[in-house]
Design a protein. Sequence first.
Length: 601
Amino acid sequence: MIENNNETNHSRIWAVFMNISMEKRLILVFILLVIIPITSISYVSYKNYDKTIQSNAIEYVTELSSQLISNLDDYILDMNTIAMIPLYSSWPSMDLQGLLEDPNIDLEKERQMDDYIQLLSNFKGGTDSIYIFDNYGHIFFKKNNEGLRKDINQRFPEWQKLTRSSDGQSLLISTQEVSSTNNAKYVFSIIQDIKNTTTMESVGTIVIDANVKVIEKEVRGLDAVTKGKTLIIDKFNNVIFDSGKQLLTQNLTGDPVIQQAIGDNGSFTIAINGEEFICSYLKSQKTAWKMIVYIPIHDLTKKASATKDFAFIATSVIFVLALFISVYLVIAMTNPLRKLTKLMEKVQKGDWDVRFHVKYKDEAGVLGSSFNRMIKRIKELIEEIHLTNMRKRIAETEALQSQINPHFIYNTLETIRMSALLNDDMEVSEMIYVLGNMMSYSINRGNELVALRDEIEHLHNYMLLQNYRFDNKFEFKVEIPEEAYHFPMIKLIFQPIVENAIFHGLEKQKGSCLIIILVKVEAEEIVFMITDNGIGMNEAELLRLRQQIDKDQYDLFSKHKIGLRNVHQRIKLHYNSSNGLVINSQLKVGTTVTFSLPKFK
């Protein structure tokens, strides 16, 4: 009897539902099947969105931190390199190690030391102060506007003890607050023992101070993104840098944040003075410095709350319309997307020739058109990268070919042999010394960039040997502004050009043979002109030479022009320029080769 009553009630409810209008039934079904599930989904999505924001923020901060740590590692490495320079190099006009071993002080010695320290200071931006100590209590330092740091005499014995027990390694000293004549500042330092390279006895100590503002410049952008602060500590938990400028030089061994920042990287949530933070940390494998980024959760999730409110309002408004058009939109939108997905699967398998057939100019059509343009552009980029890599390999091969010219070395060595028979050592010794410098400069691949001064010195050596060979036949002049001598450029640019001028334009010429190098400093670039008064070329020869050095594909057009083409292609590749060498010539008058390099490369 009871079961019959339940069945009757179900039948009545179903009958009532079926007897109401279709509009009301659809609204009821929509409420039951659409609004409630989507509202629930929206809430869950908001929670997931909130978590995603935090996760993305941590991932983004980790990436930025990794880049900042890398930049700081490079900066410390550069400081180490500067500190090592006194161990392995000296000026031709001064002997640093000899000056440090001399207990006497005079104006000439102070001038030479000032020049040397100034040269070291120019190597790296951000270098605050450089001090060199000898073993007799003398201090040589960069005389800037801030003067000598007041604690230098108290610090030096400790530094000297540390460096002499470091087995020749440079040491990184954590941030210190130092006072000078004019102000107070925070610096971290590199210290290095200077040894006599012959006796390996210590002759002095070099100290390089870097202002923590160098780190502040790197960190400023990160703090602007996180709305928080950044802390950098060393392996002893001493504060190297604090963007809040409250904890500098302090030791934070007992700090809760430091206690949780275990390992090389990670993140955690912590409450500080009633406010919650996400702390993301990353450790440098080179310096053992650890960067800790504090991200306020309130600021991080502020946009998520606004997004939640907007999402619920928008959902309430559009659901009525969604009931009537959802089916059409799903079919209309998913069909082209389904096609695009299939095309993307083909692209993943390496088929770059697929195309989406656009029928309409709606969003799907625009997306399809964008897809076509993207695939076309990616294919072009792949081809460009492939071509660029081929050019680079060819340029590197040609660079190796042009570094040592067997014909030149053979003739030079023959000249040295003949000179040895006619002279008693001094001239031969000079020639061997010059040739040795040239070969060392050419073969050394430690650094692609050199100063213009080094390149000109290398060219002077080359012309000196050529004049030995041709009995002072060539006159070599340079007109270079003093400010341009420190300009960085890729090396072995001038020699192939001058060598080509001698071989093709001057070697067989009788009478005066002149080569002039003119350098002009302009607003954004430096212009170089190499001019000779050789036999020159007619229009046909000049056009053929221009075409040969500009070919994309390598061919053996002339082994004597490999040098010009090598220089032309290296300039274009290294400076991402469409211009390389510009060659002008007039028959029986001479030839001029011009090229320009950006000042701030």
